[in-house]
Design a protein around this ligand. Structure first.
Ligand SMILES: Cc1cc2nc3c(=O)[nH]c(=O)nc-3n(C[C@H](O)[C@H](O)[C@H](O)COP(=O)(O)O)c2cc1C
Length: 213
């Protein structure tokens, strides 16, 4: 199959949305936990979390346009700066998926979707008790993306919670051991299996991939 730009533009809205949401490959499955100024907790699934840099430790995520649909996560982040990012385990994908429904702002997706709020380190946002790997984040900046009215939200890591058996001495995480899930598109969830661990790639240590080398 081959699709040109014009053919992509002529696809039905749903088919284009599914295809283009899937085409970048496996995305991380995370739940963002926040709390409003009225102390109403909120939880929503986000697959666009991306590493931006390690020093300072920054992560970003893409927020859909806020023009027509109120985004509770974003409003809470703007109101109190704190939010948590919690990895979804393969055992919790069903519940996690339904946090994407457009709940009224007075309803907590923690309660509606069967997750447990966990308040740690005096941090002003709820962590997800059922998640094994979790981060406490503080908002740094929001960068509008003019091409499609989305926003890149950038935050700094203030707390990291990682099970002992998941991290090695060099700080590498084995997500297989954390029972982590991945996402394709907006509806398909995968469990992750580690296939290899390789050293830092140096030209003078190149393995013999090519018989002519
Ligand atoms: C698998 C999946 C991934 C999603 N990823 C994102 C995302 O990266 N960015 C986004 O703005 N919305 C994403 N959504 C939609 C939000 O979960 C949805 O808009 C949710 O209602 C936001 O909740 P809030 O209004 O409480 O913030 C995703 C939905 C699903 C099902």
């Amino acid at each position: 199959m081959h699709y040109t730009k014009e053919e992509i533009e002529n696809l039905s809205k749903v088919k284009r949305l599914n295809l283009i949401n899937s085409i970048s490959g496996i995305k991380p499955a995370n739940l963002i936990g926040t709390i409003s100024s009225e102390e109403q907790s909120n939880l929503a699934i986000f697959s666009s979390i991306v590493h931006l840099g390690s020093n300072p430790a920054l992560l970003g995520f893409i927020l859909r346009p806020t023009i027509d649909v109120p985004r509770h996560t974003y409003q809470n982040i703007l109101d109190n700066s704190c939010y948590t990012i919690n990895h979804v385990t393969a055992a919790h994908t069903h519940q996690a998926h339904y946090t994407s429904a457009k709940f009224d702002k007075h309803i907590s997706e923690f309660e509606a979707c069967g997750f447990t709020e966990e308040y740690l380190f005096g941090f002003n946002a709820p962590f997800v008790k059922e998640s094994k790997i979790k981060m406490g984040m503080k908002f740094k900046e929001a960068i509008p993306i003019q091409s499609n009215n989305t926003v890149l939200i950038i935050g700094q890591v203030h707390h990291l919670v990682i099970p002992e058996n998941v991290m090695n001495a060099e700080g590498q995480l084995d997500l297989d051991k954390a029972d982590n899930a991945g996402i394709s598109g907006l509806n398909n969830y995968y469990s992750l299996t580690k296939v290899a661990n390789y050293p830092y790639a140096r030209v003078h240590e190149l393995p013999k991939f090519n018989s002519k080398q």
